[in-house]
Design a protein around this ligand. Structure first.
Ligand code: NAD
Ligand code: WQD
Length: 347
């Protein structure tokens, strides 16, 4: 068992949406020193002020591009006794990955290979990789289990996650003392319940929940629901929305699981979802209820490439990691709204 007071967990992408919430949980649930590596390519420096406001602790960030091995090596030299890495850093926009595939292959795979080289060189043996339910593509049988086979990736982004999982698994097989966990997130939404940290908006959002909150705040004019003629209970698409702090909590549990040598295999895979399928219209109505705002929305055409219906079987994460998602849909929506209001106040 590692001494938490003298060991460091490295969080790449620690200034980002899921990374920052995970740092908050790590700081609140463990005594590890946390060091972030983030070049702010999709985040803001003030994230670390937000983390400090919530936890009372200041986290050091190494501002380097993980794709540059030389500068990464120099930066890592300052980290004392690193024993684990949680690798969030990646680009994540599906449409951007279709428009700029080389950027996505380079950043998402290049950063992963470099951080694994760092693990190899510094004998860091506990590794968590951010994967995504997008690795499953269109599935035939629901709910999705970790054994559900991958379909053809629907985008270069999803392909970087499929390839990323292979890279981590194959490296793990080659290194007897190395252990890894692949976490497949379904649809992370919401914000810290304090309302002080959440997803930082950059341009027009592609994802449903920031689109809803920005519409309600008057930043966007109208939400378009992409189709109500699917073969689902109300005709709109179904997803497994999960609160970002529940996702963050699973990382703490997965890191402890690795460090405490609880896993029987060298690499384990977990679905992180609530197990509940929620339709777009149900999400909209939940938002309207908790925010007491009437949302300006219309039904529009289907969005190309949308999966109709996907939700997780999360039994394995519950059993092995002792993880139980705490937040329901209304709480997810309320926290997202609270964060949106906080951003408005800050302006
Ligand atoms: P995010 O964009 O908010 O955070 C990623 C962070 O990584 C950003 O702060 C960015 O500045 C940093 N980064 C990117 N490339 C870097 C590089 N080369 N060097 C240094 N820093 C770099 O994204 P997020 O929503 O927090 O997602 C985190 C991870 O989870 C990603 O790997 C993403 O693919 C995965 N994921 C996200 C979702 C989702 O819906 N948010 C779903 C499934 C999986
Ligand atoms: C959710 C639902 C839309 C916007 C994406 C990535 C996936 C993963 C999670 C990273 C869908 C509908 C949306 C709008 C709408 N990310 N919608 N109007 O597509 O499930 O998954 O994020 O790994 O890889 O593909 O999430 O939030 O875009 O959409 O009706 O303006 O909301 O059609 O049914 P998605 P999303």
């Amino acid at each position: 068992m590692a001494n938490q007071n003298t060991s460091t967990i490295i969080v790449t992408g620690g200034a980002g949406y899921i990374g920052s919430h995970t740092i908050i949980e790590l700081l609140q649930q463990t005594d590890y020193t946390i060091v972030s590596i983030d070049n702010f390519s999709n985040s803001n420096t003030d994230t670390f002020d937000r983390i400090e406001a919530i936890t009372g602790k200041r986290v050091k960030n190494l501002n380097v591009d993980i794709c540059n091995l030389e500068t990464l090596e120099l930066a890592i030299a300052s980290v004392k006794n690193p024993i684990g890495v949680i690798h969030f850093a990646a680009f994540k926009s599906v449409p951007q990955s279709v428009a700029e595939p080389l950027l996505y292959y380079q950043n998402n795979l290049g950063s992963l290979i470099n951080i694994l080289k760092i693990c190899q060189k510094h004998h860091i043996s506990n590794f968590i990789f951010s994967s995504s339910c997008s690795v499953y593509g269109n599935v035939e049988k629901l709910p999705v289990t970790e054994q559900t086979p991958f379909s053809v990736a629907e985008s270069p982004y999803a392909q970087t996650k499929q390839m990323g999982e292979d890279i981590v698994s194959n490296y793990t097989k080659s290194a007897p003392s190395f252990k890894s966990v692949l976490l497949r997130y379904f649809n992370p939404v919401g914000a810290h319940t304090s309302g002080l940290n959440g997803e930082y908006p950059r341009g027009k959002p592609d994802n449903l929940v920031p689109y809803i909150t920005q519409t309600a705040a008057g930043i966007l004019q109208k939400l378009t629901v992409f189709g109500n003629d699917y073969d689902t209970r109300d005709g709109s698409c179904i997803r497994d929305y999960i609160h970002v702090s529940d996702i963050a909590d699973a990382h703490v549990k997965a890191m402890n699981y690795l460090i405490d040598n609880k896993q029987s295999k060298q690499t384990s895979v977990f679905n992180l979802g609530t197990g509940n399928g929620v339709s777009v219209l149900e999400a909209v109505h939940s938002f309207e209820k908790v925010s007491q705002q009437k949302l300006n929305y219309e039904i529009g055409p289907r969005r190309a490439g949308d999966v109709i219906n996907i939700y997780a079987n999360n039994d394995f994460a519950k059993k092995e990691l002792n993880w139980i998602p705490k937040y329901n849909l209304d709480e997810m929506m309320l926290s997202a709204w609270k964060w949106q209001l906080h951003l408005q106040e800050e302006k």
